[in-house]
Write a protein of this length. Structure first.
Length: 220
Protein backbone atom coordinates (compact mmCIF):
# COMPACT_ATOMS: atom_id res chain seq x y z
CA UNK A 1 0.00 0.00 0.00
CA UNK A 2 1.30 3.47 -0.77
CA UNK A 3 1.85 6.09 1.88
CA UNK A 4 -1.28 7.94 2.94
CA UNK A 5 -1.50 11.33 1.28
CA UNK A 6 -0.68 14.05 3.79
CA UNK A 7 0.25 17.61 2.96
CA UNK A 8 3.63 17.34 4.65
CA UNK A 9 4.60 13.93 3.29
CA UNK A 10 5.56 12.63 -0.17
CA UNK A 11 3.25 10.08 -1.73
CA UNK A 12 4.52 6.89 -3.31
CA UNK A 13 2.54 4.62 -5.60
CA UNK A 14 2.73 0.87 -5.95
CA UNK A 15 0.29 -1.07 -8.15
CA UNK A 16 -0.27 -4.80 -8.37
CA UNK A 17 -2.70 -6.35 -10.80
CA UNK A 18 -3.71 -8.94 -8.21
CA UNK A 19 -4.39 -6.34 -5.50
CA UNK A 20 -6.39 -3.29 -6.54
CA UNK A 21 -5.75 -1.58 -3.19
CA UNK A 22 -1.97 -1.77 -3.55
CA UNK A 23 -0.11 0.73 -5.68
CA UNK A 24 3.01 -0.87 -7.39
CA UNK A 25 2.74 -2.76 -10.67
CA UNK A 26 4.26 -6.22 -10.48
CA UNK A 27 3.08 -8.51 -13.24
CA UNK A 28 4.01 -12.12 -14.04
CA UNK A 29 7.00 -12.23 -11.71
CA UNK A 30 8.63 -15.32 -10.24
CA UNK A 31 10.00 -15.40 -6.68
CA UNK A 32 13.68 -14.31 -6.60
CA UNK A 33 16.43 -16.34 -4.97
CA UNK A 34 17.65 -15.73 -1.42
CA UNK A 35 19.64 -12.50 -1.06
CA UNK A 36 21.93 -11.13 1.66
CA UNK A 37 20.77 -8.50 4.13
CA UNK A 38 21.04 -4.79 3.33
CA UNK A 39 23.83 -3.16 5.30
CA UNK A 40 24.62 0.31 3.93
CA UNK A 41 22.95 3.50 2.72
CA UNK A 42 23.61 5.73 -0.31
CA UNK A 43 25.33 9.08 -0.21
CA UNK A 44 23.25 12.22 -0.35
CA UNK A 45 25.17 14.85 -2.37
CA UNK A 46 22.91 17.46 -3.92
CA UNK A 47 22.88 18.41 -7.63
CA UNK A 48 24.03 21.96 -8.18
CA UNK A 49 21.62 22.85 -11.02
CA UNK A 50 18.61 25.02 -10.31
CA UNK A 51 15.16 23.73 -11.27
CA UNK A 52 13.11 25.15 -14.08
CA UNK A 53 9.42 24.40 -14.32
CA UNK A 54 7.58 23.17 -17.43
CA UNK A 55 4.04 24.47 -17.93
CA UNK A 56 1.17 22.48 -16.53
CA UNK A 57 -1.01 20.68 -19.05
CA UNK A 58 -4.76 20.49 -19.51
CA UNK A 59 -5.93 17.19 -21.05
CA UNK A 60 -7.89 17.21 -24.30
CA UNK A 61 -9.60 14.37 -26.14
CA UNK A 62 -7.74 11.08 -25.71
CA UNK A 63 -5.68 9.52 -28.48
CA UNK A 64 -6.26 5.75 -28.47
CA UNK A 65 -3.13 4.76 -30.37
CA UNK A 66 -0.86 2.25 -28.60
CA UNK A 67 2.44 3.80 -29.68
CA UNK A 68 4.98 4.49 -26.95
CA UNK A 69 4.98 8.15 -28.04
CA UNK A 70 1.19 8.53 -27.75
CA UNK A 71 0.14 11.48 -25.59
CA UNK A 72 -3.43 10.22 -24.90
CA UNK A 73 -4.72 13.77 -25.05
CA UNK A 74 -2.33 15.30 -22.49
CA UNK A 75 -0.05 17.07 -24.94
CA UNK A 76 3.66 16.58 -25.51
CA UNK A 77 5.87 16.94 -22.44
CA UNK A 78 8.81 19.32 -22.62
CA UNK A 79 12.29 17.88 -22.90
CA UNK A 80 13.85 17.08 -19.51
CA UNK A 81 15.64 19.99 -17.88
CA UNK A 82 19.24 19.64 -16.76
CA UNK A 83 18.12 19.21 -13.17
CA UNK A 84 15.53 16.58 -14.05
CA UNK A 85 18.17 14.61 -15.97
CA UNK A 86 20.58 14.80 -13.04
CA UNK A 87 17.93 13.52 -10.65
CA UNK A 88 16.91 10.70 -13.00
CA UNK A 89 20.52 9.57 -13.28
CA UNK A 90 20.91 9.61 -9.51
CA UNK A 91 17.75 7.52 -9.12
CA UNK A 92 19.24 4.92 -11.50
CA UNK A 93 22.56 4.96 -9.64
CA UNK A 94 20.84 4.53 -6.29
CA UNK A 95 18.65 1.63 -7.47
CA UNK A 96 21.55 -0.17 -9.11
CA UNK A 97 23.69 0.28 -6.01
CA UNK A 98 21.01 -1.58 -4.08
CA UNK A 99 20.76 -4.35 -6.69
CA UNK A 100 24.51 -4.92 -6.72
CA UNK A 101 24.50 -5.18 -2.92
CA UNK A 102 21.96 -7.97 -3.26
CA UNK A 103 23.94 -9.78 -5.95
CA UNK A 104 21.66 -8.77 -8.84
CA UNK A 105 22.53 -7.39 -12.26
CA UNK A 106 22.07 -3.63 -12.57
CA UNK A 107 19.05 -2.26 -14.40
CA UNK A 108 19.69 -0.92 -17.90
CA UNK A 109 18.18 2.45 -18.77
CA UNK A 110 15.91 2.06 -21.82
CA UNK A 111 15.14 5.15 -23.88
CA UNK A 112 11.75 3.84 -25.01
CA UNK A 113 10.71 3.07 -21.45
CA UNK A 114 11.89 6.50 -20.34
CA UNK A 115 9.73 8.08 -23.04
CA UNK A 116 6.69 6.07 -21.90
CA UNK A 117 7.44 7.00 -18.29
CA UNK A 118 7.74 10.69 -19.19
CA UNK A 119 4.43 10.68 -21.05
CA UNK A 120 2.76 9.22 -17.96
CA UNK A 121 4.52 11.62 -15.59
CA UNK A 122 3.34 14.51 -17.75
CA UNK A 123 -0.21 13.16 -17.65
CA UNK A 124 -0.03 12.97 -13.86
CA UNK A 125 0.72 16.69 -13.64
CA UNK A 126 -2.81 17.11 -14.98
CA UNK A 127 -4.73 14.14 -13.54
CA UNK A 128 -2.92 13.69 -10.21
CA UNK A 129 -1.03 10.70 -8.89
CA UNK A 130 -2.40 7.61 -10.62
CA UNK A 131 -1.13 4.58 -12.51
CA UNK A 132 -3.77 5.15 -15.18
CA UNK A 133 -4.95 8.66 -16.05
CA UNK A 134 -8.14 9.07 -18.06
CA UNK A 135 -7.63 7.86 -21.63
CA UNK A 136 -4.45 5.91 -20.86
CA UNK A 137 -4.04 2.14 -21.16
CA UNK A 138 -2.80 0.15 -18.16
CA UNK A 139 0.83 0.48 -17.02
CA UNK A 140 1.77 -2.93 -18.44
CA UNK A 141 0.14 -2.13 -21.78
CA UNK A 142 2.16 1.08 -21.99
CA UNK A 143 5.36 -0.73 -21.06
CA UNK A 144 4.82 -3.65 -23.45
CA UNK A 145 4.16 -1.20 -26.31
CA UNK A 146 7.90 -0.45 -26.22
CA UNK A 147 8.92 -4.09 -26.75
CA UNK A 148 6.39 -6.83 -27.43
CA UNK A 149 8.93 -9.49 -26.39
CA UNK A 150 8.75 -8.41 -22.76
CA UNK A 151 6.41 -10.39 -20.49
CA UNK A 152 7.17 -8.92 -17.06
CA UNK A 153 6.47 -5.35 -16.05
CA UNK A 154 6.41 -3.08 -13.03
CA UNK A 155 5.75 0.55 -12.20
CA UNK A 156 6.47 2.73 -9.19
CA UNK A 157 5.55 6.38 -8.94
CA UNK A 158 5.36 9.22 -6.49
CA UNK A 159 4.93 12.93 -5.95
CA UNK A 160 6.62 15.28 -3.49
CA UNK A 161 7.05 18.99 -2.89
CA UNK A 162 10.38 20.17 -4.27
CA UNK A 163 12.91 21.65 -1.88
CA UNK A 164 14.69 23.93 -4.35
CA UNK A 165 17.79 24.00 -2.15
CA UNK A 166 17.91 20.20 -1.78
CA UNK A 167 16.26 18.69 -4.87
CA UNK A 168 17.92 15.30 -4.43
CA UNK A 169 16.62 15.02 -0.89
CA UNK A 170 13.09 15.63 -2.21
CA UNK A 171 13.61 12.87 -4.76
CA UNK A 172 15.25 10.39 -2.41
CA UNK A 173 12.39 10.64 0.07
CA UNK A 174 10.09 9.23 -2.61
CA UNK A 175 12.30 6.15 -2.83
CA UNK A 176 13.08 5.71 0.84
CA UNK A 177 9.98 3.75 1.83
CA UNK A 178 10.74 1.26 -0.95
CA UNK A 179 14.41 1.11 0.01
CA UNK A 180 13.42 0.45 3.62
CA UNK A 181 11.54 -2.65 2.44
CA UNK A 182 14.65 -4.17 0.84
CA UNK A 183 15.10 -7.11 3.19
CA UNK A 184 15.38 -10.81 2.32
CA UNK A 185 11.86 -11.42 3.65
CA UNK A 186 10.28 -8.79 1.40
CA UNK A 187 12.61 -8.71 -1.62
CA UNK A 188 10.18 -10.66 -3.79
CA UNK A 189 7.66 -7.83 -3.38
CA UNK A 190 9.97 -5.19 -4.82
CA UNK A 191 10.48 -4.26 -8.46
CA UNK A 192 13.83 -2.87 -7.37
CA UNK A 193 15.16 -6.35 -6.51
CA UNK A 194 13.27 -8.46 -9.03
CA UNK A 195 15.80 -10.53 -11.02
CA UNK A 196 13.31 -10.88 -13.89
CA UNK A 197 13.23 -7.12 -14.49
CA UNK A 198 16.31 -5.89 -16.35
CA UNK A 199 15.25 -2.65 -18.09
CA UNK A 200 14.03 0.61 -16.58
CA UNK A 201 12.64 3.92 -17.75
CA UNK A 202 12.82 6.87 -15.35
CA UNK A 203 11.02 10.19 -15.61
CA UNK A 204 11.05 13.17 -13.29
CA UNK A 205 9.06 16.31 -14.03
CA UNK A 206 9.16 19.41 -11.83
CA UNK A 207 5.89 21.23 -12.37
CA UNK A 208 5.22 24.95 -12.25
CA UNK A 209 4.02 24.77 -8.64
CA UNK A 210 7.34 23.14 -7.61
CA UNK A 211 5.94 19.64 -7.28
CA UNK A 212 8.30 16.80 -8.17
CA UNK A 213 6.66 13.91 -10.05
CA UNK A 214 8.42 10.56 -10.53
CA UNK A 215 7.61 7.50 -12.65
CA UNK A 216 9.77 4.36 -12.81
CA UNK A 217 8.76 1.77 -15.42
CA UNK A 218 10.37 -1.69 -15.29
CA UNK A 219 10.42 -4.48 -17.87
CA UNK A 220 11.86 -7.93 -18.48
Amino acid sequence: MGLSQQASLPTVGKYTQSDANSEQVTHRIATPTTIPAHTSTPTNNEPTAQPTQPPQVTPTSADNSQSGSTNYGYGTPPSPTGLEQQLEQRVLTLLNRQRVRYGLAPLVLNAGLSQVARMHTWAMTACGESHTCQGEPSPCERIFSVNHQWNTCGESLGQNALDRNQPWQSTQSLLQSRLDELTPAHAHESDYLNPHLHSIGISIIISRNHSLWLTEDFAG
